[in-house]
Design a protein around this ligand. Structure first.
Ligand SMILES: *Cc1c(COP(=O)(O)O)cnc(C)c1O
Length: 417
């Protein structure tokens, strides 16, 4: 192998690419640009989505200091649980999903939500739109707040309105891989001017500017501009992933091997805001392309027997960073992933475990039964919706899925005789 022979590696999600002229950092009001583009109040900006959630939780704690539980979907980003660790004495209560859905199991949510509940976190996973109305109906009688975690769904609209406006507060993530990126960054807002002011005060108290982190993130942002391309991504992403997989560490392979100390708290610097504002000009057209690509590929995936792809309901217009696919069973999913995970085709898994399956977050979680979340973790895989996933790549993925499905059919025949 020579120094310059890199394997082709497709990114696992559709990230909005940066252009060199974005990095010129022409002065712009990023918050105002986001408000205009998304139809939200001018949002507050933080160093990460996790920091935005911490600010949201601390703001709520000021109002209801006696409440010490936050209910979250049992299948979500482990950082959500780690955020609670930064808001003592808050405990995480994982609530199961409805079978095969990103929505809560409503019956369990009703049982878990009570006078000790500070907030319920509704999560718009994978660009899809979760049922916030149903959660408000359960949470409001208990005087629990509703936070919309739209980390993966910036730009998604429900009945023409941005996600994040139905609940008490909402946030987006600008982390790498979530779409528009500042390497790390968070966007926090509320339809209520009063809550928004309280969150702004909380940020003034809790998030200092931090030169060291800012310089590091700026360097990483330039690195993203340089390396975010199928010819170079293997150096910074593919290799690490293969190495993690070869030692059997699936959690590290998807980058979810966080520790409680991984959460810096600071502001989002002005230069990175300017870069993101420049890239935001391409956001609407890019989302439209993503939508069209997703629609045609979903059509093909749905031809496969027993395979479902998470999609939008009526009135919903989600976003498409990747396609979240449910296979009929975990054996078929695992068989397909054995062939696809290291193939550089942008196929991976979202969260490896239900929350209580991560040793780092287990200490902050109350024990609940979450069989549907575990089923989701066992049967799901994600297919990148990057424009670099060409039709021939997608056909290769479809062929592997078809093969995995036919094997599982023949296996079932053997078992039944
Ligand atoms: C990524 C993510 C977060 C955390 O956002 P960061 O910007 O990475 O801190 C929270 N919730 C969900 C569902 C996520 O995917």
């Amino acid at each position: 192998m020579t120094l310059f022979s890199a394997r082709r590696q497709l990114p696992p999600t559709a990230g909005l690419t940066l252009q060199w002229r974005d990095l010129a950092g022409k002065r712009a009001d990023f918050s105002a640009c986001l408000a205009q583009e998304l139809g939200i109040p001018p949002p507050l900006l933080t160093c990460s989505g996790t920091a935005a959630l911490i600010i949201a939780l601390r703001t709520l704690q000021q109002r209801q200091p006696d409440r010490c539980q936050v209910i979250v979907p049992a299948w979500t980003c482990p950082l959500v649980a780690l955020a609670a660790h930064h808001c003592p004495p808050l405990k995480i209560v994982p609530c199961d999903l409805a079978f095969g859905s990103i929505n809560f199991d409503r019956q369990q949510l009703s049982q878990l939500c009570g006078p000790q509940t500070l907030a319920v976190v509704v999560t718009h996973l994978a660009g899809r739109i979760a049922d916030t109305e149903a959660v408000l109906n359960i949470a409001k009688p208990q005087r629990a707040a509703v936070i919309e975690d739209a980390a993966q769904s910036m730009g998604a609209k429900n009945a023409g309105k941005s996600v994040g406006l139905a609940g008490d507060m909402g946030f987006f993530s600008l982390a790498m891989g979530k779409g528009l990126t500042t390497v790390e960054g968070g966007v926090l807002f509320s339809h209520s001017a009063e809550i928004q002011r309280a969150m702004a005060r909380q940020i003034a108290d809790d998030l200092p500017s931090h030169r060291g982190w800012e310089l590091r993130r700026i360097a990483e942002l330039w690195g993203y501009r340089l390396m975010y391309h199928p010819d170079r991504l293997d150096w910074v992403y593919g290799r690490q992933q293969r190495r993690a997989l070869s030692r059997g560490d699936a959690v590290a392979a998807v980058g979810d091997d966080f520790t409680v100390n991984d959460i810096p708290l600071h502001t989002l610097g002005g230069y990175r805001q300017n870069v993101a504002a420049a890239a935001l000009a391409r956001f609407p057209a890019w989302q439209q392309e993503n939508r069209l690509r997703a629609q045609s590929r979903i059509g093909e995936l749905e031809q496969l027997p027993g395979v479902t792809v998470l999609q939008d309901g009526p009135q919903q217009q989600g976003v498409w960073p990747f396609l979240l696919v449910l296979m009929p069973d975990s054996t078929t999913r695992d068989y397909a992933m054995q062939r696809l995970w290291s193939a550089g085709l942008g196929v991976t898994r979202l969260f490896i475990h239900a929350l209580s399956g991560y040793p780092t977050v287990l200490p902050f979680c109350l024990p609940t039964a979450t069989p549907n979340a575990e089923d989701f973790a066992a049967r799901s895989l994600s297919i990148s919706n990057s424009h670099w996933v060409e039709d021939r790549d997608f056909e290769q993925i479809i062929a592997v899925l078809r093969d995995a499905l036919s094997r599982s059919v023949s296996r079932r025949k053997v078992n039944s005789c």
